[in-house]
Write a protein that binds this ligand. Structure first.
Ligand SMILES: [Zn+2]
Length: 265
């Protein structure tokens, strides 16, 4: 046995009981604090998941869908068929994909994610996004969270988009550029605003930091948000990135509003 093999064996000898202890510790903890549903606290078998009933309350966005906006179609119109929304008002980004339709349950989950009372929710949301948005996350893009204005970030102490990026980095080993963009002015909360008002509210609200650009030169960027409502925020952010010279920009989110699908906003 050479020196290297001996050191590996030595390391394994010390790791084995540690692993055993960890498993035993996990078992004991599960007995003391059984894992519960991330949303409703019903006891479940595996930690960091939803119970069957909550899971059934989510509506995944699946094909057929608009190849640009990622909006679901009731019937397949062919792989190149775009939604009326994408034709009427083409977005500045290339593609958008979201894991779920924004219904009551998705809204409740996003609200908890936003206020950070359950950090493990960001990992759950990110995990669902790795599957639903796989075609966008493939190919080693750089993730960019939608930044909050520094005052709002200070108020909340938490940027849900950054937390989603952090979890996506852990799950997929991707690069993230958390400081690439800053929000230069405080915008009104978008809730309750019309599409046109939302667009005016966020126009020109983002600024790309020139010093952070060189690190991602030539790379494709993926904007990460919790919810896409009218798309005004991600459109404004895309335009700021384009002005800075970034050419390929996609968007992903945990949930998105689909008009006529479920609920008013
Ligand atoms: Zn539940």
């Amino acid at each position: 046995m050479d020196k290297h093999q001996a050191s590996v064996k030595e390391a394994l000898r010390f790791r084995a009981p540690a692993l055993w202890l960890k498993r035993a510790g996990g078992f004991v903890l599960d007995q003391l604090y059984p894992p519960t549903c991330l949303y409703c606290d019903t006891p479940i078998v595996d930690a960091n998941a939803l119970c069957a009933s909550c899971w059934c309350g989510l509506r995944p966005i699946t094909r057929p869908m608009c190849p640009v906006l990622g909006l679901p179609f009731a019937v397949s119109l062919g792989p190149e068929a775009r939604s009326a929304a994408a034709i009427a008002d083409p977005p500045p980004f290339d593609r958008a994909r979201s894991a779920f339709i924004y219904n009551d349950l998705a809204r409740a989950i996003v609200s908890r994610l936003k206020y950070g009372d359950k950090p493990e929710l960001s990992r759950f949301c990110a995990l669902t996004m790795t599957t639903a948005c796989a075609e966008i996350l493939d190919g080693d893009p750089v993730l960019v969270p939608v930044p909050l204005h520094r005052f709002r970030q200070w108020q909340r102490r938490y940027n849900q988009s950054t937390e989603l990026c952090r979890a996506l980095v852990q799950l997929r080993g991707l690069d993230v550029a958390p400081l690439l963009v800053r929000r230069t002015r405080r915008t009104r909360q978008q809730v309750g605003l019309s599409a046109a008002q939302r667009q005016r509210n966020v126009a020109g609200a983002f600024e790309v930091r020139a010093e952070a650009l060189s690190a991602i030169a030539g790379r494709r960027v993926v904007i990460v948000d919790d919810v896409i409502t009218t798309g005004a925020t991600v459109r404004a952010l895309t335009l700021a990135l384009k002005r800075a010279g970034i050419e390929q920009i996609d968007v992903i989110s945990f949930a998105r509003v689909v008009i006529g699908a479920d609920m008013p906003i």
